[in-house]
Each structure stands twice: as C-alpha cells, then as structure tokens.
Design a protein around this ligand. Structure first.
Ligand code: SF4
Ligand code: SF4
Length: 492
C-alpha cells in the first residue's frame, strides 16, 4: 500500500489534499494524488510540508500558499472549505464507476480465443499449466464461429472489435486462425462491425506463410522471448527438452522485419538480469520491449512463488539508469540516443507524463471481466486468459444467449480496495492485475505489495526524468520526432 499524506490546516480552514512526496538525488517533488500533477518543490515549500507533517496547524507563507493552491494541493482558500474530501472523492469515483459501467465502453469488445491449449515449449514459469490451463486440446471451427457471433451480439454499440489469438502456442492451430479471421471479417461487415486481430506467439512456428498471413491481416504481434541465449534456453526449452534460442532467433528476426513494432515480452525469472535481457532484446531488433516478472500458477495450486522474481531493487536501478541516459541524451541534443532509450516500454511511458493534470482518472487496471473476456477451447467464458480453467471464475459459455453477470469484475479497486483508495497512484494504476492480486495477496481487491512497490518506484523515476526536462528540451524532442508533438498542449 502506498499511502498519501493529507490533512487540514485548521486555523485558516485550509485543507491539504492527498499528496505524495519523494526525492531523487536531492530533487524533491510533490504529486497531487487526485489530479496526478507533479511539481518539483523549492526549499521553503519542502520546509512548510515537513513542518505541517509534524504540526497540522502550521501556516504557509503567502508565496508557498499560492504555489500549493495552484497545484491544487491546498484548498479551502478564502474561507471556502471542503467538508470531507475523502468522502467526496469516494462518492465522485463511485458515480464515475457506475456511469462508466452503463456505457458501451464496458460492454465486451475484445475476446481472447484460446485456440490451442497445447504448447510446443515447456517454459519453467508457465502460469497456464504448460499451456493446457487444466484442460488441453485445440479449438474447433464451431467454437470459434460461436465466439465471433457471441461477441457481435454482446458488443452493444461498439463498432470496433478485437480478437486475440492465444494459447499455449496459437500457431499450432493456424488453419483455425485463418478461418476465424475470414469469418469475423465477413460476419462483422454484415453487422456493421470491424475486427482487428492480435496474436501472442513464441515465434517457433512463424514461417514465411504464417508471417504473410499475419501481415495481410494487419495483426498486432506480441512475441514471448526471454532475450539472452542463456535465459531463453534455460527458461523456454522445447517440450522435448531441446534448447530453443538457436531455432527461434531467426524466426523472430523474420517476424520483426514484417512487424518492426512487434512487442517483445520477456519474463524475468530467478536470477535473470533485467539489464542484460533488455540489451539482448534491443540487439535482436525489438523496438518495444516489456519485461515482466513471472507469476505463479493458480491452476496447479502453486501459489505466487515469492522467489520467482523479487529483485525489484535491481529492476528499479536499471530503469533509473535508462532514465538518466535518456535525460543526458536530451541535454546533449542526441536524438538517436534519446529515441533508443525510449524503446524501453516502461521508459516510453514518459511520453504521456507531463506537468499538467491527467484529464481521465483510471478506474480499472485492465478490461478483465468487462470489455475483455477469454474463451477456452470448449467455448467457456472466463474473465481473461489467465483465469481460463479456474472453474470458480467461469462466467458462462459462448453457446449461451445471455450476457452473463460479471460479479466482482464490475467493482473498481479504486473504490473497493482500502489499500488502493489511499494510494497516490490509484488514478494511474487502477488497482493492479486481478489475477496477480489473487495469486499473491489472496484477494481480487488486495493488491500485490511487490507490484505496488515496483510501480511506485517506476513512476517516481519517470516523474523525476520528466521533471528534469525544460520546455526547450521538450521542443527538441518534438522537432526531432523522438516524441510526437501532441495535438493539444494539454496532452503532454
Ligand atoms: S494496486 Fe495500484 S492503486 Fe492499488 S495500492 Fe497498488 S499501486 Fe496503488
Ligand atoms: S487481470 Fe491481469 S492477466 Fe487478466 S487481463 Fe487484467 S492484467 Fe491481464
């Protein structure tokens, strides 16, 4: 739990809104947790906030007061008070959740089809029971057809729909994928819907014909790959025990020449060095990389294994190094180096962080159980791909006529979780991965402390990097196309 400080300056009826203070190498910042705007603090403002933490009756001097009022941190100026900001925020957020759930945005618009609950690899950290998800087999044409029909029927006013092909290894069932894509395009057209397609693959079966098909249908491609030969061979061997790096590396290069923006997803496990993995991912040609810690498998009863990946200090240090290298590249006007550093997916979030308030508060972490559902090989509906096979989370079937009730997935951690309600990151986080919460902290609304700590460290690093960029630095990034110039100045 990452709590904010908040309270009341009683004498003047001023109220200090929830904020988070942090320091990086002597630079001190405050983040307004409600509006998520961040400002570097001068010494006198720091002194006031420190004094206030000891004695909430302390009064700010005029210039400090007006700076904090401008940030939205101090409210109730000129005699106006806000009776109970926490209750007011909870009510506002509850209304926002209910409002959002009544819109088409909450209707299902994306289905993950588990077209192959089989895999040709045997990844040591697989959370899906070696790709079988407690079942196994290949999806039939009848089931994928029903899934497409179900999605069209229950997507409300959403005109853009997505099918993601997942497994196991989905390319084990490429003929079905080909058929389903054609069926979705035709049926979608008849119903005023358009489909986009995505796939997550280990690349081992991505031959020329498969790549041509994916390209012709403008797939978004995610490639699971652990970066270095040592990590890939040890953690992602083939099912028969053979090492896989030598076989998949050329396939990945071919895929990347067709899909230069394909995201590389590496799983950090045991002693993997994140910096080495990232360098290896960039070396093979990924422009976008996502490094994620391994999570436990709930299906086989193995709880989140604390030793899977708990080296968050190293991860945080790596990101700080990347951020420092990015800032240094900007300061010495080296656009190529700045762009190279931004290939890190976490660091690339910098492009959407600015010093102005976020307009939209995030109420959910992802679409699980709402606009995103998964279908297993038999047509059963689950909240997302990770829940497949967990009967206690079964929602229904694509053979059913009804749109099944979504239960806990219609509740937002931002209002429901005590930890998230008090967290300075809630409106940029949305409450974490529900599956991970269940796996690591035993409840959908009990956030995983490791994730929270890592996310907090990451955001502080990014906010510090953004805080070091001047208006001229930003202009340099826009002019050199390192970062797209936002159409509206309030967007950055
Ligand atoms: S899950 Fe997100 S919002 Fe909830 S406590 Fe953790 S970081 Fe904060
Ligand atoms: S619950 Fe977790 S695994 Fe499922 S869609 Fe959300 S982020 Fe992904």
């Amino acid at each position: 739990m990452l709590q904010c400080a908040a309270g009341t300056v009683e004498k003047s009826k001023l109220q200090l809104m929830p904020y988070h203070r942090f320091e990086v190498e002597g630079r001190i910042y405050a983040v307004n947790a409600d509006r998520f705007c961040c400002k570097r603090l001068d010494d006198r403002t720091v002194a006031f906030l420190s004094a206030w933490e000891g004695d909430p009756r302390v009064q700010p001097e005029d210039d400090v007061r007006s700076a904090l009022v401008k940030m939205g941190l101090l409210v109730g100026d000129q005699g106006k008070t806000c009776p109970d900001p926490a209750a007011a925020r909870l009510e506002r957020d509850s209304r926002a959740v209910a409002g959002w759930l009544s819109t088409d945005a909450a209707r299902t618009s994306s289905l993950c089809l588990m077209v192959a609950q089989e895999c040709n690899m045997a990844c040591v950290y697989c959370y899906g029971d070696a790709g079988r998800y407690g079942g196994g087999g290949l999806m039939t044409v009848e089931t994928s057809c029903r899934s497409v029909d179900w999605l069209i029927r229950h997507s409300g006013g959403n005109r853009k729909l997505n099918l993601s092909f997942f497994g196991g290894e989905p390319l084990l069932n490429l003929p079905l994928i080909r058929w389903t894509v054609e069926y979705a395009k035709q049926t979608g057209e008849q119903n005023g819907k358009t489909f986009t397609f995505s796939i997550t693959t280990n690349a081992s079966l991505a031959d020329e014909a498969a790549i041509d098909f994916l390209r012709a249908n403008q797939f978004e491609v995610v490639i699971s790959f652990d970066g270095t030969p040592a990590a890939q061979d040890k953690q992602r061997p083939f099912k028969d025990g053979r090492p896989s790096y030598a076989e998949v590396a050329p396939r990945i290069k071919q895929l990347l020449s067709a899909f230069p923006l394909a995201c590389g997803r590496a799983t950090l496990y045991g002693g993997t060095e994140p910096g080495e993995v990232l360098a290896a991912m960039k070396e093979i040609g990924f422009q976008s990389c996502h490094l994620v810690p391994a999570s436990g498998c709930l299906l086989t009863g193995v709880p989140e294994e604390k030793a899977l990946f708990r080296r968050d200090r190293e991860r945080a240090a790596d990101l700080r190094r990347e951020a420092a290298a990015f800032v240094a590249a900007v300061k010495r006007h080296d656009p190529a180096e700045a762009a190279y550093r931004l290939k890190d997916r976490d660091l690339s979030r910098l492009t959407s962080i600015g010093s102005v308030p976020f307009i939209v508060r995030r109420l959910f972490f992802c679409g699980v159980g709402r606009n995103y559902l998964a279908v297993d090989v038999d047509g059963s509906l689950y909240p997302c791909h990770r829940f497949v096979g967990m009967k206690e989370y079964l929602l229904g079937s694509v053979s059913g006529e009804e749109d099944p009730p979504r239960g806990l997935f219609h509740e937002s951690p931002v209002t429901k979780s005590e930890e998230c309600r008090q967290c300075w990151l809630k409106y940029v986080c949305g409450g974490g991965c529900t599956y991970t919460n269940i796996a690591s902290a035993s409840g959908p609304f009990r956030p995983d402390p490791t994730y929270c700590r890592q996310f907090g460290q990451m955001m502080e690093t990014l906010l510090d990097a953004a805080g070091q960029l001047t208006a001229e630095d930003r202009e340099f990034l826009y002019q050199n196309n390192v970062v797209a110039r936002p159409p509206c100045p309030l967007d950055f």
